[in-house]
Design a protein around this ligand. Structure first.
Ligand SMILES: CC(C)(COP(=O)(O)OP(=O)(O)OC[C@H]1O[C@@H](n2cnc3c(N)ncnc32)[C@H](O)[C@@H]1OP(=O)(O)O)[C@@H](O)C(=O)NCCC(=O)NCCS
Length: 390
């Protein structure tokens, strides 16, 4: 009998202490702390440290963590040379996935214990934004900007990307975006990372698999598609017809809907406000168009399917990044810049969980529905005698 392919929805595959999603009430919790509290009171550095440890850090732990992040702000020379040899038309997510896996060859430590992986995680969190910023400079024939030692994680990325120190508000808005994207339980890319880690492959292999999973448009790639949609629509008065046409062709509206949240995604609520603030600051129309997309999609989905649909994290992040002056094809790499903190926390949990039940090698079961010629199998026919079947 065929399986009903439900994409593993609601199947419990492992225990985690890292985060919890309440899809009914629209809550997201990192290590016990509500995301809405973290965006008000925390920073990306502190949040990443929280994810990689069991609780909020003391000042000493946070200072050591932040110092290590700053100290790791450089990439190996060989990696920079590789970036310079990649065709400039390459998709930034492909570039990121390849270079993350390449980082393994520059790691001379052959140890796979918890402490070494904790330091590897910090190194990856520090270097992924550097790779993204350097790639953008290289592909645009611009000089690479040397990292700042005084800017925070969010500010340094914007500085290395644009060559200008961001103003305080822009840096804080970007910092909040990074907090919001840092972790989201067993989403597709995190599951990919954990699945690879369960084989005892190294952290780079697991993170590069996660980057690959994130690149798809049903996952992290959606924020790029959202910006494409907004540019294509162009103005608020064109939204209604555009959405109606798409839905009439049974096409999905990017940035809307979620596999777990059946109410407002709490991250979308914060991002909506950030997008609104940036629109006010820049005078650009992208917030207004996005808001209309949200309204019309909700109205139309009620009419067509009698169901509710809500914006997800990608709907308002697209316009927020655009108004921060970030090239739209970097939207998904930025997701990775933040989510690497969650991925690495999960990889460490997968490899070193102390409490039972301990994780084990993932090995789901498939139902074979292919050719069957009886218990002894099909007879092998030599190539000369085979009849054309295709
Ligand atoms: C994320 C996503 C894959 C979840 O899909 P899902 O788990 O099937 O969601 P649901 O079960 O709630 O879908 C219910 C119905 O609404 C439809 N639907 C869901 N999201 C939709 C969207 N964005 N646009 C149009 N229709 C949508 C589904 O096709 C489904 O229709 P059906 O019953 O006729 O098959 C889906 O919402 C989607 O593709 N969204 C757009 C891509 C996106 O923004 N991804 C980022 C996610 S963070």
């Amino acid at each position: 009998m065929q399986t009903k392919n439900i994409g593993l929805r609601n199947i419990e595959v492992a225990d985690t202490k890292i985060s919890a999603i309440d899809g009914v009430n629209g809550k997201l919790i990192y290590r016990g702390y509500d995301i809405l509290d973290l965006v008000k009171k925390s920073t990306f550095e502190e949040t990443a440290c929280l994810l990689l440890n069991e609780d909020l850090p003391t000042q000493d732990v946070l200072s050591t963590f932040s110092d290590k992040l700053v100290a790791a702000r450089e990439i190996p020379e060989g990696l920079e040379k590789t970036l310079r040899n990649i065709p400039k038309t390459a998709n930034p997510m492909d570039v990121l996935q390849s270079t993350v896996s390449m980082m393994a060859v520059y790691d001379t430590q052959k140890i796979d214990d918890r402490d070494t992986n904790y330091n590897r995680a910090i190194d990856l969190i520090s270097k992924i934004p550097i790779i993204v910023a350097c790639w953008d400079r290289i592909r645009n024939d611009r000089e690479i900007i040397q990292p700042s030692k005084k800017l925070n994680h969010a500010g340094n990325f914007l500085y290395m990307l644009t060559g200008k120190e961001p103003d305080v508000e822009a840096a804080r808005i970007f910092d909040i975006c990074l907090i919001l994207h840092a972790e989201h339980s067993f989403n597709a890319s995190t599951f990919a990372a954990r699945e690879v880690a369960s084989t005892r492959a190294n952290m780079y292999a697991a993170v590069s698999a996660a980057v690959g999973a994130l690149s798809g448009e049903l996952h992290g790639g959606a924020n790029f598609q959202v910006m494409k949609m907004l540019l294509e629509i162009g103005s608020v008065d064109k939204v209604e017809q555009w959405i109606k046409d798409k839905l009439a062709k049974s096409q999905k509206i990017m940035g809307m809907g979620h596999a777990v949240y059946k109410t407002f995604d709490p991250r979308a609520e914060v991002l909506r406000e950030l997008s609104r603030r940036l629109a006010e600051k820049t005078g650009l129309p992208w917030f207004a168009i996005t808001k209309r997309v949200e309204e019309v999609t909700e109205e139309e989905m009620k009419k067509i399917k009698s169901s509710d649909i809500f914006p997800n994290v990608d709907l308002y992040s697209a316009s927020a990044y655009y108004m921060l002056g970030i090239p739209m094809d970097l939207n998904t790499p930025i997701f990775a810049i933040s989510r690497v903190s969650g991925w690495t926390a999960h990889i460490i949990e997968e490899k070193f969980a102390e409490a039972a039940p301990k994780p084990m090698l993932y090995r789901p079961k498939a139902v074979y529905v292919g050719k069957y010629c009886g218990p002894s199998g099909c007879e092998y026919v030599s190539i000369e005698k085979r009849l054309a079947q295709i």
